[in-house]
Design a protein around this ligand. Structure first.
Ligand code: NAD
Ligand code: GLY
Length: 357
């Protein structure tokens, strides 16, 4: 078992990674009072709810079981959490526990940020994507029909417990979606990690426990460092959005849940790589290397064929990184180093958008 700390002063918290961490000794120290609200979904509940109940013996545990899917990550379904909190008379000392993937985690975190102006919550991420990315860093929220994650809050959890064993029930396609975010860390921050992924992709896809544990640990280490440096994303944290401006446009266009988040990030990252190459920052050989790694992870490298440049432009114009009406993108200067910039050639961007359809 390994533990990392997200260092945010008096709001610092541990990320515990390993097998068998869903036990009382790891969860109970982060619960403030007897009240606990377990939030999960209809797929994860039958798999892991009992393990968590066992770990929470002695607490008053109430629960909300959300419908499963990105399509339900909205204000309507967020309200189900508030309904249950009020119905069961939870007060300010309650602790919410998110048991599930990024959808459950983002919604539970947002509910915790809002309920009685803010209560504690614990992240128990059960997908690879949520273990390497969404459970760490305190970005919470829901989607709006006009844009992904447009309504939300920064609200840090008090602990993250990533049990690698739960990944054994994850469908292959979801494992691949998580690998997309793992590849992202190599691309923005660590060329050696990217090279390690090139050598270990088959081991990861076969769920080799050592490979999986290392990939989660290194990803969380990089994310924790970026969050420490820039919790509210006024600088370096934006690099974590490599491929996301294009990717969020794909998710919104396709309809939430049609493209998995990680799949959209993979195709979006290839568009960022294409533009970075057109700017003369990375080489054509780098682009091939990145494409090969996504393909080895069984991830898409092109957006949906019906997405026109106009549609991309329309959806990208509401990206959260837009500043003074100017689109800013995360682009690569080399494998292992990225920047956020509005200094890209508009004609090159248009060529990237046109090259996709
Ligand atoms: P998800 O939450 O939809 O989970 C994927 C699927 O796996 C779901 O059907 C879920 O029920 C199922 N599942 C979860 N755990 C399982 C298990 N152990 N065994 C079997 N099935 C399991 O998707 P995700 O990829 O985990 O997260 C994507 C979401 O995370 C998106 O909404 C995205 O916007 C968000 N996200 C947030 C951040 C952040 O910083 N907050 C970062 C990245 C992504
Ligand atoms: N997933 C991007 C971030 O947490 O900043």
């Amino acid at each position: 078992m390994q533990t990392l700390t997200v260092d945010l002063g008096d709001r610092s918290y541990p990320i515990t990674i390993g097998t068998g961490v869903l036990r009382q000794e790891f969860i109970a120290p982060y619960i403030r009072s007897k009240q606990v609200m377990l939030v999960t979904n209809e797929t994860v509940a039958p798999l892991y709810r009992n393990t968590v109940y066992e770990a929470l013996q002695g607490f008053q545990v109430d629960e909300v079981v959300l419908p499963d899917g990105e399509a339900y990550k909205d204000l309507t379904h967020l309200n189900l959490i508030f309904d249950q909190l009020l119905h069961k008379r939870h007060n300010r000392t309650t602790t919410l526990i998110a048991l599930g993937g990024g959808v459950v985690g983002d919604m539970t975190g947002f509910a915790a940020a809002c309920y009685q102006r803010g209560v504690n919550f614990i992240q128990i991420p059960t997908t690879l994507l949520s273990q390497v990315d969404s459970s760490v860093g305190g970005k919470t929220g829901v989607n709006h029909p006009a844009g992904k994650n447009m309504i939300g809050a920064f609200h840090q959890p008090v602990a993250v417990l990533a049990d690698t064993q739960v990944l054994n029930t994850l469908p292959d396609v979801e494992l691949s979606a998580g690998i997309a975010e793992v590849i992202k860390y190599g691309l923005i921050y660590d060329e050696n990690f990217f090279a390690w992924l090139e050598s270990n992709m088959q081991a990861l896809r076969q769920r080799d426990p050592n490979a999986i544990a290392y990939a989660i640990y290194r990803s969380c280490e990089i994310k924790a460092e970026m969050v420490r440096l820039d919790e509210r994303e006024s600088g370096v944290r934006a690099l974590l959005n490599l491929g996301h401006t294009f990717g969020h446009a794909i998710e919104t266009h396709a309809g939430y849940g049609q493209w998995l988040h990680g799949q959209a990030v993979a195709a979006g990252t290839m568009m960022a790589a294409d533009l970075s190459c057109r700017m003369g920052w990375i080489t054509a050989a780098d682009v091939v290397r990145i494409e090969q790694l996504f393909k080895a992870a069984d991830l898409p490298v092109k957006p949906p064929s019906d997405m026109t440049p106009d549609r991309f432009s329309e959806l990208m114009s509401i990206d959260k990184k837009v500043m003074d009406g100017k689109l800013r993108l995360v682009l690569m200067q080399r494998i292992g180093q990225a920047i956020v910039t509005d200094q890209f050639d508009q004609a090159a961007l248009m060529q990237t958008l046109q090259g996709q359809s």
